[in-house]
Design a binder for this molecule. Structure first.
Ligand code: ITT
Length: 205
């Protein structure tokens, strides 16, 4: 089997990259950032399996996702794992951000639980952190992106996903959920991690 992900589409001349995610919001953001690439998600390669993310840190989970795809589909790919790290909660929910309010919970359940946990807390500092694992031709590389900010006392905005309605990045009056995706992508954890990934890809080509 050949390497599916690093090949040129002869008509569009766009290099194909497989992003190992089932999350359509994350896929849309990355497609919006990597406009010079054709970025496809797990569904596009026929991978419907739920990948068990049971590592105890972001790097471990990013590695699990990327390795699952490379080992089972024999292709290059990258995966991102992201966590919201809240200072007053000693870094929680962190690697458990997706299931903070329990298995099968909704984004809104997580937001409500976090607002409850921080009710009355004077320190509302938090950061989003993304770690990307890239599997490329038998080697593995990691890239990180961080954005600092604070957790508001209530939800603002309808855009984005996850904890976006309660996260206000430093230097901005809006939450991520109130910004156009292009602005979020310029300053966000995922945007910065992807910029590092692109710098690396450019440097080896
Ligand atoms: P995949 O593993 O399939 O990529 P996921 O939704 O499980 O999708 P993560 O483990 O990386 O993705 O993210 C954990 C949770 O963190 C996610 O479910 C959201 O609640 C939250 N999250 C991630 N990125 C976010 C962002 O940019 N803005 C707001 N919340 C985010």
């Amino acid at each position: 089997m050949g390497y599916y992900s690093v090949e040129f589409d002869s008509l569009k001349m766009k290099e194909k990259l497989v992003f190992a995610t089932h999350n359509k919001h994350k896929l849309e953001e990355i497609q919006n950032i990597l406009k010079n690439y054709e970025v496809v998600g797990l569904r596009d390669i026929g991978c419907m399996e739920d990948i068990v993310e049971d590592a105890d840190d972001l790097q471990g989970n990013a590695k699990i996702k990327a390795d699952f795809v490379t080992n089972n589909y024999h292709i290059n790919c990258f995966a991102d794992d992201t966590g919201l790290e809240v200072e007053a909660l000693d870094g929680a929910p962190g690697v458990y951000s997706a299931r903070y309010a329990g298995e099968g919970c909704s984004y809104h359940d997580n937001v409500v639980k976090l607002l409850d946990a921080l009710r009355g807390a004077p320190n509302r500092r938090a950061r989003f952190r993304t770690v990307i694992a890239l599997n490329l031709n038998g080697k593995q590389y990691f890239f990180e992106g961080i954005v600092n900010g604070k957790i508001l006392e209530e939800e603002h905005g309808n855009g984005g996903f996850g904890y976006d309605p309660i996260f206000q990045p430093d230097g901005y009056e809006e939450t991520f959920a109130e910004m156009p995706m292009e602005i979020k992508n310029k300053i966000s954890h995922r945007g910065k991690a992807v910029q590092n990934l692109v710098k690396f890809l450019d440097s080896i080509r």
